[in-house]
Design a protein around this ligand. Structure first.
Ligand SMILES: C[S@@+](CC[C@H](N)C(=O)[O-])C[C@H]1O[C@@H](n2cnc3c(N)ncnc32)[C@H](O)[C@@H]1O
Length: 331
């Protein structure tokens, strides 16, 4: 069930101007007049999609080195803890519905594919031999290799911000729950555009920013929880057309979004013409080959990891509420 759908046409946003080249400036925007649900009726946008965030967030794990070590450990329990709490099979089927996986011959890349949970949904619609899983974590990919339905997939280690595919390569680009770790999300979406063929579709599933203060604090200490407006702006700036955002969430949240969601929306866009993205960017925000101070690294990693545990507790809290609050009352 999609909570709602928002569609934009290029230059229709009325942003007061912002730069997302790693600088994190978040303009205050009022998009309530653009919000529509699937039946075309106007829907009030909840607070989380219109608020402005402060410019400086720690986001301790939104860096490639931290992400590497984070998944070094998380990969051990990833399939047992993360997916049942935040990214269920129901949600995955719904989200992939927006990717138009309408032929078994489509060439699909799953970026930040990790242990292959989303890829398992993709290969229901597309021949596994046409699917590539890319991830920065060899430990996550090792789990994907163990999965029988993914045996024929191509599995490669790589960076979402610098994809090892030629321009105009794939029919579909899918990325689920990975953008929050990319130091420069605009660059990753520009790459999505570049590697797609003309008429190809990108389908990115990602978190949404919380409005409740405590959740907002832990989210921002951990990693990037973008606003809906940011996703749409990134897609449009990369050159995508027919950009749409649909809300998703675990069933037991009953549509509650104030704590944010790790898998909270599905953003899709179509590449209108062959070639590279019209967007020009400077050098990458993070140079992974640069040495880091191990004390600073450890401090960041521990704080980021602790903040992440809050998001282990939130779905449990919501699940308990769903069990005890009568179904006709809000939770
Ligand atoms: C929450 S997991 C999602 C995995 C999978 N897509 C799923 O649906 O279960 C996020 C994944 O993104 C990967 N990741 C983080 N930063 C990345 C980057 N810059 N390039 C490629 N993969 C990245 C992580 O290694 C991790 O496997």
């Amino acid at each position: 069930m999609a909570f709602s759908s928002i569609t934009r046409t290029p230059n229709a946003l009325g942003f007061s101007g912002s730069s997302f080249n790693g600088k994190n400036q978040f303009p205050k925007v009022d998009l309530s007049h653009f919000a529509r649900n699937l039946s075309g009726k106007k829907t009030p946008i909840p607070k989380c999609s219109v608020q402005t965030r402060p410019t400086s967030q720690p986001r301790f794990i939104q860096h490639k080195k931290e992400a590497f070590w984070f998944y070094r450990f998380l990969s051990i329990v990833y399939d047992n803890i993360i997916n049942p709490a935040h990214w269920t099979e129901d949600m995955r089927e719904e989200a992939l519905g927006y990717a138009d996986l309408n032929s078994r011959d489509l060439m699909v890349i799953d970026v930040g594919g990790g242990t292959g949970f989303t890829t398992l949904g993709i290969v229901k619609h597309v021949d596994a031999k046409n699917v590539t899983i890319l991830d920065q974590s060899p430990h996550q990919l090792a789990k994907a290799r163990e999965k029988e339905p993914l045996k024929e997939c191509r599995i490669i280690q790589g960076d979402a911000e610098d994809l090892p595919f030629p321009t105009d390569y794939a029919d579909r680009y899918v990325s689920a729950g990975s953008i929050e770790y990319w130091p420069d999300p605009q660059r990753g979406i520009k790459e999505a555009y570049r590697v797609l063929k003309e008429g190809g579709k990108a389908c990115l599933i990602g978190p949404v920013h919380p409005t409740f203060w405590l959740s907002s604090f832990f989210a921002d200490v951990w990693m990037l929880f973008p606003t809906e407006e940011e996703y749409i702006e990134w897609f449009q700036k990369a050159g995508f057309r027919d950009v749409q955002l649909n809300r998703i969430g675990p069933k037991w949240y009953r549509g509650v979004r104030r704590h944010g969601l790790i898998m909270g929306c599905v953003v899709t866009g179509v590449k209108p013409a062959s070639g590279d993205s019209p967007l020009q960017l400077g050098p990458k925000a993070e140079d992974v080959s640069k040495p880091v101070n191990p004390v600073v690294f450890l401090y960041r990693f521990i704080l980021g990891g602790l903040a992440a545990t809050y998001y282990v507790l939130v779905p449990i809290y919501m699940w308990i509420k769903d069990q005890i609050v009568p179904k006709d009352q809000p939770i």
